[in-house]
Write a protein that binds this ligand. Structure first.
Ligand code: MG
Ligand code: MG
Length: 257
């Protein structure tokens, strides 16, 4: 059984959740045709350090950047590069921050300018599948309840769920137990208890679910080169309803900060 966090720990992680959420919003402000993905990385790293935190991905198992930036058919773990974003692309930005000894982790897939209707659908469905999963992140449920909710929603639109990667517990370590797959069976998997902090992060492909590891040893790409979307939030398992530690409100609702 994974140890639930104390309320003191959760209070620190709440601060971090806001920071990681604001970092994604800072990045979102400059996502546009003509911008390099390295520039997104630079903006995020500066913002994180200016707020007294550390970009936790940098150096993690040798990962060389502050952000994972994954364009179009890259599912996750892409390197920022001199690639220039162009109209119609989608770019997944995954951000981790270490603050007061605890980790925050969230991801958002941004459209670059106007995207086609199928791509817009992929983004909307992936994000909604995340919220469907969060609805199941309540004490007494199991991780399979989350995965089942994500999978059934995404697949009902003809999209597919990446199986090789999954969500996770989070705390002093970025990746703690339990694993939180984005597919599964109701009533199976690790039991969720009040105070457990987990990241739910569906990776949904427009085409087939199969993926492969790129030659750089990091980027995960769809085998059929269809597009993939990725949204991630950090939540506290609670009785009745999960508590969100990170949020997309800074990106989507023009919240002042
Ligand atoms: Mg992440
Ligand atoms: Mg994560």
């Amino acid at each position: 059984m994974v140890r639930p966090k104390t309320e003191e720990e959760i209070a620190l992680m709440r601060e971090n959740g806001i920071l990681v959420s604001k970092t994604l919003a800072e990045v979102g402000k400059i996502v546009a045709p003509g911008v390099s993905t390295l520039e997104l990385n630079r903006v995020a790293e500066t913002f994180i350090r200016d707020h007294g935190a550390i970009p936790s991905f940098l150096g993690y198992e040798g990962f060389p950047y502050a952000l994972c930036i994954s364009v179009n058919d890259v599912v996750v773990h892409g390197f920022p590069s001199d690639y220039i974003l162009k109209e119609g692309d989608i770019v997944s930005v995954d951000c981790g921050t270490l603050y007061k000894g605890y980790n925050g982790d969230s991801a958002y897939t941004f459209p670059v300018g106007e995207v086609d209707a199928e791509t817009r659908k992929l983004l909307d469905v992936t994000k909604e599948s995340l919220y469907r999963g969060i609805e199941k992140a309540v004490a007494g449920n199991r991780t399979g309840d989350i995965g089942h909710a994500v999978q059934t929603y995404a697949e009902s639109f003809g999209f597919s769920v990446v199986r090789e990667l999954e969500g996770h517990g989070i705390g002093k370590d970025m990746h703690e137990g339990p694993g939180v797959p984005n597919y599964g069976r109701r009533g199976f998997g690790a039991r969720l208890a009040d105070g457990m902090v987990i990241c739910i992060e569906p990776m949904i492909n427009a085409g087939q679910r199969n993926v492969y590891l790129a030659k750089d040893g990091w980027a995960v790409r769809t085998s059929d080169h269809s597009r993939s979307a990725h949204f991630e939030l950090t939540v506290v398992v609670r009785k009745g309803q999960a508590e969100l530690l990170s949020t997309f409100d800074f990106i989507e609702k023009n919240v002042e900060f």
